[in-house]
Ligand binder design. Sequence first.
Ligand code: FES
Length: 349
Amino acid sequence: MVHFHKLTVKHIKPLTPSSVAITFTIPKDLIQTFDFVPGQYITIKMELKGKEIRRAYSICSSPKSDCFTIGVKKVDKGGFSDYAHTKLKAGDVLEVMPPEGRFTFQPTGKVKNIAAFAAGSGITPIMSIAKSVLADNPKSKFVLVYGNKSQKETMFYTDLAKLELDYAGRFNTYFINSQTQEDESLFGRIDVSTVNYALKNKHKDVGFDGYYLCGPEAMIHLVSDTLKENDVPKDKIHFELFTTTEILDEMPAQPEGKTQVSIVVDDEEFSLTMDKKEIVLDAVLKQNIDAPYSCQGGVCSSCIARVTEGKAEMVKNQILTDGEIAEGLILTCQAHPTTPTLKIDYDDV
Ligand code: FES
C-alpha cells in the first residue's frame, strides 16, 4: 500500500522569494500510478540529517500529462521546503508516493460554476481544480478569492493573470493583501465582507455548484460559516487544511493503562502493546511497521485505518465525516486506544 517511487525532478521554477514550483517527470510505466484527480496531493519521503521525513504537497498542474508540478513554500528551516529552495536541482531523484486525498474536483464534462477561497500556499490544489473546471466545459465559471501578505508573496500571480486572459469572462480572481496596498488588490484579509463582496455583489447572478476552501484553519472556518449563513448546503463546501491550530487544551482526559493492538497493513498482520495515552500511528511507526502516513498532523488523509475490534478516540478530526467515524474509520495519527484490545486495518478503507 505504501509504495514510494523514484521520480526525477524535471525543473524547478521560482514562484516568489519563498516558494518554488517543482516539476517531476513520470516514467511511462508509472503514468497510470501517478494519474490524479485535480485537488490531490503527493507525499515526498527523504532522509535529512539522519532522520526520515515525509511532506505532503498538492499538485498544481492539470492531470493527463507525462509530468506533474507541485508548489512548495519555504516554511521549515532544515526541512524539505528549505532543501527544495537551497539544494534541490533538476535531475535529482526523489521518493514520491502516488497521489491521494479527498479534496477533489471530478470532471464530468457538465457545466460547473465553482467559487474558491485560498490563502498562501493553499492556492496549489486550487490551481489544478481551476484549470480542470475551465477546460472541462466551455460554459463553466470559476471565481477565486486569494489572500496573501503582498503581491510579491503571491504564488502563481502571473499564471492566474494568464488564466484570466485565456478564460475571459469565465475566470475571475480577487487578490487580497494583508500587508501592502496595491493596485488590482483588495487590502485586508479574507473575511465575511470579502466573501459576500465576491459572491453576493460581483457574482450574485451565478449559481455556484461547489465551494473549495484551502488554507489555514481559521480562514476555512470563517468562510465556511459565512457560506452556511448564506444557506449554502454543507455538502457543497469542500475544504483542505494547510495549517491547523494547536488543540492540546481540547484533548480529552488521557486514559490510563495499556492496549494490545493488532494491525493489518499490506495483507500482513502485526501486533504490539502500547500505552492508551500514546497515539496509534506513533506506536506503529516505533515498531518499524510500514503504515501509510504523511502530515502526522491530522490535515491530510494518508493514515486512515478501520477499527475492526475495540475502540480508539481521535483528539482531532477535520477530515472524516460522522458517517465514516460511525463505520469505524480513524485517523491513526490522531487516535489513541480506549479499550484493552484494538484491531485496525489499513487495507480496508
Ligand atoms: S498523517 Fe495526515 S492525517 Fe494522519
